[in-house]
Design a protein around this ligand. Structure first.
Ligand SMILES: Nc1ncnc2c1ncn2[C@@H]1O[C@H](COP(=O)(O)OP(=O)(O)OP(=O)(O)O)[C@@H](O)[C@H]1O
Length: 254
C-alpha cells in the first residue's frame, strides 16, 4: 500500500465493563477498498464512530493523510473529506432526494451562485448514481434499497477522500447491490478515495475489497487479501459460519 490516507492505530474503546475495541490498527490507502467484517458486536461501528469523530477513543490515534486528527470534531472531518454512511439510515425524510444532497454540502458563502453550484453538484452526483428519476421524491417515502443508494450519494455530495460505509447493502436486492458496488468501485478508482466498508454480505465484500480486516470481540483477528482471509480457519470458525474444510456459509448472527 502507498502511504495510508487513513490510519487508526492502537484504538481502545470501553463502554463501562465492555471492552469494545482493543488495540485495533487499521490503515486504508488512496484508491483502496478495504473490508471490515466481523460478527455482531465485534466493534465495527464503534471503529467508524472513532474515525468519523463521533466517539473519542480511550487510547490510540487517528491519522488522516499523515496528520493526527484524533481531537478534531466530526464536522471538521466531514469538511475535510472524511465522510460516512450509517447502518441505520439517516436521510432527512421530509426533504427531497436532491435536497438531501444539497444540504450535505459544505457552504462556501451564501451567494445565489453558491446555491446554484450546490444544486448542480447534487444533480451530477444523482446522475452518476443512477438516481435522476428520484431527485424530487421525498427521501422518507423510498423503499430501503433506493434509500441505501441515496445515502451513498449523499456521502458523495462533496467529494470524499475517505469514505466509511456502514452496511450499505443491507436490505437491498441483487440488482441494487450490483449498482452500489459499481458506484463504490468508481469512487475509489476515479476519486482516489480510501474506502472502508463494513458489510455482513460476505460475497459483496469479497467482490469489492482487495484487502479485508476481520474484527472479533474488539480485536483484529485477521487481515490480508480477501481470498486469504476467507480461507483462514480462525476466521471461518469465528465468523463465516464454517469450520475448516466445510462448505462456505453466510455469517451467523451472534
Ligand atoms: N453506546 C454504547 N454503550 C454501551 N455499549 C456499547 C455502545 N455501543 C456499542 N456498545 C457495545 O460495544 C460492542 C461493539 O459494538 P459495535 O456496535 O461497535 O459492534 P458491531 O461490530 O458494529 O456490531 P453489528 O454488526 O451488530 O453492528 C458491543 O458489545 C456493543 O454492545
Amino acid at each position: 500500500m502507498s502511504r495510508p490516507l487513513l490510519r487508526a492505530s492502537g484504538i481502545d474503546v470501553r463502554f463501562g465493563g465492555v471492552h469494545a475495541l482493543r488495540d485495533v490498527t487499521v490503515s486504508v490507502g488512496p484508491g483502496e477498498i478495504c473490508g471490515l467484517i466481523g460478527p455482531n458486536g465485534a466493534g465495527k461501528t464503534t471503529l467508524f464512530d472513532v474515525v468519523s469523530g463521533i466517539r473519542r477513543p480511550d487510547a490510540g490515534t487517528v491519522e488522516y493523510d499523515g496528520t493526527d486528527i484524533t481531537r478534531r470534531s466530526p464536522v471538521w472531518r466531514a469538511r475535510h473529506g472524511v465522510r460516512r454512511t450509517f447502518q441505520r439510515q439517516q436521510l432527512f425524510g421530509q426533504l427531497t432526494v436532491a435536497d438531501n444532497l444539497v444540504v450535505a454540502q459544505d457552504r462556501r458563502g451564501g451567494a445565489r451562485s453558491e446555491a446554484r453550484r450546490r444544486r448542480e453538484r447534487a444533480a451530477a452526483v444523482l446522475h452518476d448514481c443512477g438516481l435522476d428519476a428520484l431527485a424530487d421524491s421525498y427521501a422518507g417515502a423510498l423503499p430501503v434499497g433506493q434509500a441505501r443508494m441515496v445515502e451513498l450519494a449523499r456521502a458523495l455530495a462533496d467529494p470524499p477522500r475517505v469514505l466509511l460505509l456502514d452496511e450499505p447493502a443491507s436490505g437491498t436486492t441483487a440488482e441494487e447491490r450490483r449498482k452500489l458496488a459499481a458506484v463504490i468501485r468508481r469512487t475509489a478508482e476515479e476519486e482516489n478515495c480510501a474506502v472502508l466498508l463494513v458489510e455482513h454480505d460476505v460475497a459483496f465484500v469479497m467482490e469489492l475489497c482487495s484487502r479485508v480486516v476481520v474484527l472479533d470481540l474488539g480485536r483484529v483477528l485477521a487481515e490480508g487479501a480477501a481470498a486469504e482471509v476467507r480461507a483462514d480457519p480462525a476466521v471461518r470458525e469465528a465468523y463465516l459460519g464454517a469450520g475448516p474444510g466445510s462448505a462456505e456459509g453466510d455469517p451467523p448472527d451472534r
